[in-house]
Design a binder for this molecule. Sequence first.
Ligand SMILES: [Zn+2]
Ligand SMILES: [Zn+2]
Length: 250
Amino acid sequence: MPMVGGADGLGEWGVCDPAEPRNQRTRASIVVEGEDGQRLLVDAGPDLRSQLLACGIGRVEALLVTHGHADHIMGLDEIRPLNRSLGDVIPVYTSAETLAELRARFDYVFRPSTAPMFYRPALAPHEVMPGQVVTIAGMDVALFRQDHKVLDTLGLRIGGFGYSTDVVALPEESLAALEGVDTWMVDCFQRTPHSVHAHLEMVLGWVERLKPRRTVLTHMGVDMDWAWMQAHLPAGIEAAYDGMVLDIPL
Ligand SMILES: [Zn+2]
Ligand SMILES: [Zn+2]
């Protein structure tokens, strides 16, 4: 946010107030840090470099990719300095479908590494599937299936935390996987129904069932103004913003 365009070419803001810094939103991505300090990066969108710099994150132990859409993978080349800080190849966890997509678009990241200088990013592929619990960066990560209409995405649950980006329908087994979640970060693209993303009413329905202590909306479009959300979202539901830090009971 904003999108490229607008009457003056300086950006399309929709109903969002350009003067509000929290309406300035980069692509959806998170880092989960475990108790031992190991970090898992979830998705590597085109804004990855500026996001890592803004958040002061210079090292991660692993990467998980929720799906192969451009806004979640086109920053993969920015992994290279993370290889250098770690001094190692970084494991990437994702579905077979997404792995095939990554191999087609970023074949060079799976070639033998050029350690220790890493002249190109180096990732070690780990195929995972919904229903599995995988230990990643020292954390037990439960994976579940999310319907994104054009393809399935991976949802994840780590202790009391759930992450559900890019979803328009949650199958029963995935709602079950989120049962008892304390803090849930969930896709909420706009107020009216959308073909491949959840909208506000849909999220409210899920929240009614799951009753998270804290629900944090992400992946918002130009229809979701910060001040509007502050004024209208029910108690327990809030909007994410770039650089937000959440303390989550595991
Ligand atoms: Zn997507
Ligand atoms: Zn997306």
